[in-house]
Design a protein around this ligand. Structure first.
Ligand SMILES: [Zn+2]
Length: 307
């Protein structure tokens, strides 16, 4: 885990943060690798390395899924890919437009990769939320996210299912949701039996629900199970060789949030009481419980009222 150390600059020079974050690609299938972000909140210390990114090496170029949470992380990923193969990165597929998955996009754009994302991402890019989030991130993740970090639009907006065939490897890109985000995408590589599930599947930490559509999310999990992948690379946490079990964790969590909040939400009873009354013992020990659970429950409470 990265620690953040300031060395006082000699002769009155400005202090410079020491960069201690390393990316280590893990191979999960013959042509597929991923790097795993930390199960913590984004910070300057971790360079916002809190999400995963995967890549598939084909004889005609490398396809990356998700661009990580800061430009420097994307640069490091590009350098790691160069160690694995001399193929160039030719495509990046964005699982969804959340900050921790997209702030590295500009580095892939610089090296000429084509960016694919779900059509609803256009709404995110033009939203006030995206703008404000970037402004906040330039402070929260300084100096790694800074004035030069920008939001990057896709070259190809995926408005319906599509198949990308690169170097003899098929990538089945399907829209799902609105689930975790309005613009969720799944990327399935049948020859590898690997599914990139974005933030529909969480492992080893409390899921981030945000403004998710929890009903759509449950449907999305059914869609994932139908693909019957051998391996799932989630947006956060370790990869899964037992997708059914790991999908069940996310499903049970979302279901439990809905169950524990629905009566109060429908009867307009107080959120505070409903939250206190719910039994969180199964989740309390997990990373990000403190940071995310209460907010998740509150968002689900509000969402049920709006349904
Ligand atoms: Zn995420």
């Amino acid at each position: 885990m990265g620690s953040f150390i300031f060395f006082g600059g000699a002769y009155g020079q400005a202090s410079k943060p020491v960069d201690s974050i390393q990316l280590e690609p893990i191979q999960v299938a013959p042509h597929t690798y991923f790097v795993q972000g930390f199960p913590e909140l984004g910070s300057s210390a971790n360079q916002n390395f809190i999400s995963n990114s995967g890549f598939v090496v084909t004889p005609a170029g490398v396809v990356v899924v998700d661009a990580l949470g800061s430009p420097i992380l994307a640069q490091k990923l590009i350098a790691e890919i160069k160690i694995v193969t001399n193929q160039k990165v030719i495509a990046v597929i964005v699982s969804h437009y959340h900050a921790d998955h997209i702030y590295g996009l500009q580095e892939f754009q610089k090296i000429g990769a084509k960016i694919y994302a779900q059509g609803e991402g256009r709404n995110y890019l033009s939203s006030e939320t995206a703008k404000q989030r970037l402004i906040a991130s330039r402070v929260d993740f300084a100096p790694w996210v800074n004035a030069k970090t920008k939001l990057v639009s896709a070259d190809v907006w995926v408005d319906q299912k599509m198949k990308l065939s690169i170097g003899g490897i098929d990538f089945l890109i399907s829209r799902v949701g609105p689930a975790h985000a309005p613009e969720d995408l799944l990327v399935y590589v049948p020859s590898e039996k690997v599914l990139f599930a974005g933030d529909l599947v969480f492992r080893g930490r409390i899921p981030f629900v945000g403004n998710a559509d929890s009903k759509g999310w449950l449907m999305g999990l059914d869609q994932i199970e139908k693909l019957n992948p051998n391996i799932v690379i989630p947006g956060h946490g370790n990869y899964s060789v037992n997708p059914v079990e790991d999908i069940a964790f996310t499903r049970e969590y979302i279901k439990y949030l809905r169950e524990s909040m629905s009566a109060a939400a429908i009867n307009m009873d107080s959120f505070e009481d409903a939250y206190k009354q719910a039994d969180w013992s199964e989740y309390e020990g997990m990373p990000l419980f403190k940071a995310a659970n209460r907010m998740n429950a509150y968002n689900v409470y509000l969402a049920i009222q709006a349904e």
